[in-house]
Design a protein around this ligand. Structure first.
Ligand SMILES: Nc1ncnc2c1ncn2[C@@H]1O[C@H](COP(=O)(O)OP(=O)(O)OP(=O)(O)O)[C@@H](O)[C@H]1O
Ligand SMILES: [Mg+2]
Length: 587
């Protein structure tokens, strides 16, 4: 539906252009009353070269100052102490796009980027009322209906629907950032809710707190929940329990978890372990008559083998004696060099918290198991929903990065090796990304492994139809490589200065001032920036129908109405003992 063009009467400009630099313009306002109508964040249309064309800009700063100070201010921010009488009202705007009331018979059109620089003395108009609504209508019309994701409404015009281009949003990675409780998880749930309307959405949510379980239960459920096995799931895992057997880990991932780099024998331990794992994989292939794979596999290939056999062999080598040149028995080459490695491995194998890695059920050793699990993860088997929520809540913190990394690597690898014509796009939603995608310099060995997998997706994923949606309350703690690859940002309220500058640092310079509003945003309000929206805009996000289980509690009211539940406390103590939080104990 073609939208109505804006109509700006020559009689009613707020002021005229007095100065221009590459991406900014300064508008001088002569009528003092008109200045009162302008608010930071307002949209301004500057008359372009032809009568049909306007440059669209966002108000960034409004000043009433003695004339000369205005110019000085941009060089030296601060009070210059200038004393003068003539007050000058100036508005600084950042240029964001070009608008045509009619472009080649196609009706009103908006395009990002200023086609030309504004000319001095051109009249400038405030977009408000009907003009604003019509302009917003043009923005929405600029996104093809079938690609549009409705996010909510614009703060400057609550009547206009804020939409983003779904193709562009996911094509080159996106990020949702905001302080705790600002509405990130709700924003994720909203995107998922929009995606569910499609016939074949494909999103994998890495859920660190089990808070998206609510999208998978009840009559309106639309997502499939899988849970990484916790200690309580090892005996009788149900169908949705997910194991990531150790044999899926490549050499680096395994060593990142097992090796103590400060041990002087670490290089020896790594060498022996690698050789034994390779041999064990070879034996396993020989047993299964997989001669074809046997000819080309490497130590990193995901091939089932027995870790207890490897452990026994390690113990053997660690205590091996040899016959010396004098004929007397002496300690072998590796004698007691592996002891500490063995005890670390043994401790991991027997620890139930690591059961999802080291105590997988027998059927996971079947050759076909991996293809079965990955098709559940990456497809929509039996016509089930393609939105999958993977509950990581019981994965121990020290291995969380490795596990998330293995996950990402497997998905990337499968996309990579798949016939190009048969790939379908997949998005991995990384909730609480700062936990496993930390800034590289500060990360330890296991985190570096995870980072590599995710950074590879951030850099190369686009070509293989793989996107990341990074969600974090601490963007300053999230890998810069990954953040800087994100082309779209939904920035909710961010109070911390470091986090704000992390977001600012990955924005184009001209947008930097727009991020100044981040600490002032209301809950559920976001600056949406990037190529999925035609204009960086402040949007009041809609609340999803099914909300994540993360709702903010009303402390004061609940202290008035609720008594603490002692039975629940006792049950929680039992859950703590058995390290199993069964969902039926949750309520
Ligand atoms: N668009 C919205 N409109 C109104 N309220 C909202 C909106 N989004 C979230 N909220 C409210 O904010 C609260 C917190 O939301 P949410 O769980 O999404 O925060 P979060 O940013 O994910 O926090 P955390 O970083 O701690 O995970 C919820 O109680 C929710 O009701
Ligand atoms: Mg959250």
């Amino acid at each position: 539906m073609p939208s109505t063009p804006i109509q700006l009467a020559e009689a009613n400009p707020i002021g005229r252009v007095t100065a221009v630099d590459t991406s900014k313009a300064y508008i001088q306002i002569d009528d003092h009353d008109k200045l009162k109508m302008v608010i930071v964040g307002n949209l301004v249309a500057i008359q372009g070269a032809t009568g049909h064309q306007y440059l669209i800009a966002i108000v960034e700063r409004i000043t009433r100052l003695p004339g000369e100070v205005v110019t000085i201010l941009d060089e030296v921010e601060g009070d210059s102490g200038f004393q003068g009488d003539a007050l000058q009202d100036t508005v600084r705007v950042v240029l964001v796009g070009t608008y045509w009331t009619d472009r080649g018979g196609k009706g009103p059109t908006f395009k990002r980027g200023a086609d030309t620089c504004p000319q001095i003395d051109q009249p400038c108009y405030l977009l408000e009322g009907e003009n604003l609504t019509n302009f917003m209508g043009t923005l929405a019309g600029g996104i093809q209906a079938e690609a549009a994701i409705e996010l909510g409404t614009y703060v400057i015009d609550p009547d206009a629907k804020a939409v983003a281009d779904g193709n562009r949003f996911f094509q080159r990675h996106a990020a949702i950032v905001g302080s705790t409780g600002s509405g990130k998880s709700c924003a994720v749930a909203l995107l998922l809710e929009r995606a569910r309307k499609l016939a074949h959405p494909n999103l994998i949510v890495l859920d660190m707190h089990g808070e998206y379980a609510s999208l998978c239960e009840g009559p309106d459920a639309y997502a499939i929940r899988m849970k990484i096995a916790g200690p309580g799931d090892l005996q009788k895992p149900d169908k949705d329990t997910l194991f990531l057997p150790y044999w899926l880990l490549n050499r680096e991932e395994m060593l990142a978890m097992l090796l103590d780099r400060s041990d002087t024998n670490a290089p020896n331990q790594a060498t022996v372990f690698t050789k034994l794992v390779r041999d064990a994989k070879d034996r396993s292939l020989a047993k299964g008559n997989r001669e074809d794979v046997r000819a080309t596999f490497t130590v990193d290939s995901p091939i089932p083998y027995s870790i207890s056999e490897v452990l026994a062999e390690l113990a053997d080598i660690d205590s091996q004696m040899t016959i010396g040149s004098t004929g007397r028995e002496k300690q072998g080459e590796w004698y007691s060099k592996l002891t500490r490695f063995i005890s670390r491995l043994d401790a991991k194998i027997t620890d139930r918290r690591y059961g999802f890695l080291f105590q997988p059920p027998n059927d996971s050793f079947a050759y076909d198991w991996l293809a079965y699990v990955l098709s559940r993860l990456m497809g929509s088997p039996d016509g089930q929903s393609g939105i999958k929520v993977i509950d990581f809540s019981e994965v121990p913190g020290d291995v969380l990065p490795v596990v998330a990394g293995v996950f990402a690597r497997l998905i990337y690898d499968v996309q990579f090796w798949m016939a190009p014509g048969r790939r379908t796009p997949i998005c991995i939603v990384c909730d609480e990304a700062h936990l496993y995608l930390p800034v590289r310099d500060e990360s330890d060995a296991p985190s570096k492994r995870a980072l590599e997998a995710f950074e590879r997706i951030a850099k190369e994923g686009r070509k293989y139809g793989l996107a990341l949606l990074v969600v974090s309350q601490r963007p300053s703690d999230v890998s810069r490589t990954i953040l800087s690859q994100c082309n779209n940002f939904v920035a909710l309220r961010l109070t911390n200065e470091h986090d704000q500058s992390a977001v600012r640092s990955v924005m184009p310079d001209s947008m930097a001032a727009i991020t100044d509003v981040l600490p002032l945003l209301d809950i559920g309000e976001a600056m949406v920036l990037g190529d999925a929206v035609l204009l960086p805009s402040r949007v009041k996000l809609q609340l999803p129908k099914l909300k994540p289980l993360s709702l903010t509690r009303d402390f004061w009211s609940e202290w008035t109405t609720q008594t603490p539940d002692e039975v629940a406390i006792q049950e929680a103590v039992e859950a703590l003992r058995s390290q199993s939080r069964r969902r039926d104990n949750d309520e």
